[in-house]
Design a protein around this ligand. Structure first.
Ligand code: FAD
Length: 594
């Protein structure tokens, strides 16, 4: 079997994985990056709007304290406050570093990095490159990775983590093309595998996002937190059906776009929650003035945090005021010139023209909520990003805590580069400090191999594609944007049923590029993650951020002081859950909320 030795293995080649690999390499470690698809094709590359960092280029009043406060308020105070603090403090340096490495950000007229408005951010704060920010960030990081000579194993899926005496010893995977197995011996593994949105039917996520990192971590003994909090982005395409769920960037609203119902009403003014009322414009006139004069006017309600906007859209559709294809209207055509729209939102212009035959410079878009981002993830130490398993680190969307119950737009790209660097530094330091390297046992490697091959051995009749579709439908219908206790109970029953059916999944053919086999392996992860989300969502009897319970409307202060922690129960390949009190915020941070 192919076998390689490294100090640090990074699983995932999105922004967080690449940044971690660069940091670990610069700290002197022998590093490899392993990714399921081609290098350069991660979710990060799809990020459109920008990367949040309080650089104060447009508004000198902006600073890390304001960014920290916005992030905590956006997450409804459930964020790991230390992560939110580190993130706000370090994001500007990490953005400047990208610029030093060659990233070509858009500019202000003074030649500084330009910053754009996004929901929940008090000041224009998102460093961007048109609406193709992720592409430029990935290009920059990838170029540096290649220049540094870091090894990359692409189209290679990791299916198991290997341990020795409770600590990480490496990772086991297979080449997607040949189906041949591969073992990486390494004392440090950084999980940077992104989210799990592919478990829902209507989603902005692509095929790779099956919660692999979450499931790998659970199976290795790590814990997950905040899994009930899934972000439904307010604006996904709703038509044509082939692209339903595809993201429509928040920049459309940041750059002046407004939401209207079928009566032509700008309805967001009817949905301003008490928590944000004092900071939000209550008339069209004030909202419109804000684009020109942010100091003396309050923000338009279209730029409330995503959870609020998604719920409002959902309510309008349910009340029968939706658009012909079951969404609402997002209108920038009547607000900005065609030249402005094409310059600021080139990808959106082409996306709608080519996929829906809609010219967004002349007519409104039809949009609706789409499953977008996982706030929940692997529990890590805020300083080092290590999980509870020695040698196992997690960073980016697969880690939990930073965004609390709701992520603000633009705070993911900054999260990737801030904690990517920290994870890489810590993973390298841990590997260098070990007196001896843990070695994976042959028994564990054989077990990983047997587990990967199991779908070929089983006698059965179930098709992995049918099981995936049934899971996606159940998650959409029962664990969606608005939840209900009885439906969540039903979701857990459905997941158990699907797990049983998955035991009799048939995979035909051989191991060479076999998509059915790939899906059968990924499905185990999606089912486990689906259980985590439904279980935590059922337990949290309140509505907060990305978790809305019809039967428990509004936040409950008691729930505002605890996280739900999930760990594997190997005996039944399911999860157990416990409550964890949130550490109190120190006074010097608490004062920002008084
Ligand atoms: P990803 O970039 O998702 O990369 C994950 C990597 O893990 C991939 O390389 C994948 O192949 C690999 N992988 C997964 N499983 C395995 C496995 N088993 N074995 C090997 N490799 C594996 N955020 C913002 O801040 N601003 C924005 O403007 C913005 N726009 C967005 C637009 C879209 C359409 C989407 C989908 C997201 C957007 N986001 C945005 C969110 C943000 O892009 C993601 O949260 C972020 O890029 C995730 O980065 P990551 O490094 O955690 O993982």
């Amino acid at each position: 079997m192919e076998r390689h030795q490294y100090d640090v293995i990074v699983i995932g080649a999105g922004g967080s994985g690449l940044r971690a690999a660069i940091a670990a390499h610069e700290a002197g470690a022998r590093v490899a990056v392993v990714c399921k698809s081609l290098l350069g094709k991660a979710h990060t590359v799809m990020a459109e709007g920008g990367c949040a960092a309080a650089m104060g280029n447009l508004y000198p009043d902006d600073n890390w304290q304001v960014h920290f406060r916005d992030t905590m308020r956006g997450g409804k105070m459930l964020n790991n406050w230390r992560m939110a603090q580190i993130h706000a403090q370090e994001a500007p340096d990490r953005v400047m570093e990208l610029e030093d490495w060659g990233a070509l950000f858009d500019r202000t007229s003074d030649g500084l990095i330009s910053q754009r408005d996004f929901g929940g951010h008090r000041y224009a704060r998102l460093a961007h490159i048109g609406d193709r920010t992720g592409l430029e960030i990935i290009r920059t990081l990838q170029q540096r990775l290649v220049a540094l000579g870091i090894d990359v194993y692409m189209e290679c899926t990791v299916t198991d983590l290997l341990k020795r005496d409770g600590a990480i010893a490496g990772a086991f995977g297979y080449w997607r093309e040949s189906g041949r197995f591969i073992v990486f011996d390494a004392p440090s593994v950084v999980l940077a595998t992104g989210g799990f949105g592919k478990a829902w039917k209507v989603t902005s996520n692509s095929w790779e996002y099956t919660g692999d990192g979450h499931a790998l971590a659970l199976r290795a003994g790590a814990t997950l937190i905040n899994m009930e909090f899934v972000q439904f982005h307010p604006t996904g395409m709703v038509w044509p059906p082939s692209v339903k769920g595809l993201l429509v960037t928040e920049s459309v609203r940041g750059d002046g776009g407004i939401l209207k119902n079928s009566d032509g009403e700008r309805f967001m003014f009817n949905h301003i929650p008490e928590f944000f009322r004092s900071e939000t414009a209550d008339s069209i006139e004030e909202a419109d003035r804000w684009y020109e004069d942010k100091k003396n006017n309050r923000r338009p309600p279209e730029l409330l945090p995503r959870d609020e906007v998604a719920r409002a859209i959902n309510a309008e559709i349910k009340a029968g005021r939706g658009s012909p294809h079951g969404g609402v209207f997002l209108d920038i055509a009547s607000r900005r010139t065609p030249e402005f729209i094409k310059k600021r939102l080139p990808s959106m212009y082409h996306q709608f023209k080519e996929l829906a035959d809609v010219d967004i410079t002349a007519e409104p878009m039809e949009i609706g909520p789409t499953c977008h981002y996982a706030m929940g993830g692997i529990e890590v130490d805020p300083e080092t990003e290590v999980s509870v398993v020695p040698g196992l680190y997690a960073v980016g969307e697969c880690s939990g805590g930073m965004h609390g119950s709701n992520r603000l737009g633009g705070n993911s790209l900054s999260d990737l580069i801030v904690f990517g660097k920290r994870a890489g530094d810590s993973a390298a330091a841990y590997a260098a400090g070990l007196p001896s390297r843990p070695e994976a046992s042959d028994i564990d490697i054989e077990a990983a191999k047997a587990s990967a091959l199991a779908p070929f051995e089983v006698e059965g009749r179930e098709n992995p594609y049918t099981i995936q579709q049934d899971l996606q439908q159940s998650m959409n219908d029962l664990v969606g944007i608005i939840r209900e206790g009885s439906e969540l109970e039903q979701a857990l029953v459905e997941v158990e049923r699907l797990k049983e059916r998955a035991k009799t999944m048939v995979v035909e053919g051989h191991r060479q590029y076999n998509p059915g086999w790939h899906l059968a392996i990924d499905l185990r992860n999606m089912l486990l993650v689906g259980e985590c989300v439904a279980k935590a969502a059922l337990a949290r009897e309140e509505s907060r951020g990305g978790h809305t319970r019809n039967d428990h409307p509004g936040p409950n202060p008691e729930w505002g002081s605890k996280n739900l922690v999930l760990r594997l129960n190997a005996a039944r390949d399911g999860v157990d859950m416990t409550e964890q009190a949130i550490t109190a915020m120190p006074d010097d941070l608490q004062k920002f909320f008084e």
